[in-house]
Ligand binder design. Structure first.
Ligand SMILES: [Zn+2]
Ligand SMILES: [Zn+2]
Length: 267
């Protein structure tokens, strides 16, 4: 058993990871630099305290569910049946970094398809509806899932450790990448430059506007890290690029916009 795993440590680490990254983003964009960053806000109104509290409550519950599954499969009793290796020298450093890239691509694919499944109307009201309570998400919405959805989301970990050799540090790096990208997706502010979605490399990456539109419109923009499956399956919102450009250009033009502006999506 790895590091004689401790479930309480898993609970604490999972909660602190969420509170730290979502908290930093929220404090910066919604408190400290609220006025200065307002022109980058995608939907101009701010969600009420009740909506934010709901996001935090469900996210903290999710963090505990994630902790249990990670503890069981990575550090606890089930780890003996997985392909986890604990000696970092057992495989090359190249493999270590390669495994992180593989996990990210596997997760992107896993997320897209489970996300589409959860939007099926027979499943949606029982599993995914909590996440879509946030029509105008804040970083606190990163893990705002119904417990059943939390189990589906963390299902990527058992899948990965059962099919490929992986070191716990690789999972830790993936875990940090996941939370940072997740917080950016729910930021509510567009932080990328206007050329981003036309750049030959970066156009394959998702943006905050992309996932914000998913929360606003629901039946589009299902992807997580990459704008890959949405392009292949033609599920990007037809006006995604137009909306991204509008948000970014407007932010550039509006230097002195006031917080009373109530403009939202123009489409
Ligand atoms: Zn979301
Ligand atoms: Zn959804």
């Amino acid at each position: 058993m790895l590091y004689s795993g401790n479930i309480w440590f898993a609970f604490a680490a999972s909660s602190l990871r969420y509170l730290f990254f979502a908290g930093i983003a929220y404090l910066f964009f919604y408190v400290w630099k609220k006025k200065a960053m307002f022109r980058y806000k995608i939907q101009k109104q701010f969600p009420g305290a009740k909506a934010v509290t709901t996001e935090i409550k469900y996210s903290l519950l999710t963090a505990q569910i994630f902790a249990v599954v990670i503890y069981l499969f990575v550090f606890g009793p089930v780890s003996a049946y997985t392909q986890i290796y604990t000696d970092i020298h057992a495989r090359s450093l190249w493999y270590f970094f390669f495994s992180i890239v593989v996990i990210i691509f596997l997760h992107d694919t896993y997320f897209y398809w489970t996300h589409r499944l959860m939007h099926w109307k027979k499943i949606f009201p029982y599993v995914h509806h909590i996440h879509h309570r946030s029509h105008n998400p804040t970083p606190w919405a990163a893990f705002s899932f119904h417990p059943l959805e939390a189990l589906i989301e963390i299902g990527i970990i058992p899948l990965v450790v059962l099919i490929i050799p992986v070191h716990p540090f690789a999972l830790a790096v993936f875990g940090l990448y996941m939370i940072v990208l997740n917080v950016i997706g729910h930021l509510g502010y567009e932080i990328f430059p206007v050329q981003f979605i036309r750049h030959p490399f970066f156009k394959w990456m998702n943006t905050s506007t992309h996932h914000n539109m998913h929360h606003h419109f629901s039946k589009c923009n299902y992807g997580l890290y990459f704008n890959l499956w949405d392009r292949l399956l033609n599920t990007n919102h037809s006006k995604y690029e137009e909306e991204f450009t509008r948000v970014v250009k407007k932010a550039k033009d509006e230097k002195n916009v006031t917080a009373t502006d109530s403009h939202s999506f123009s489409i």
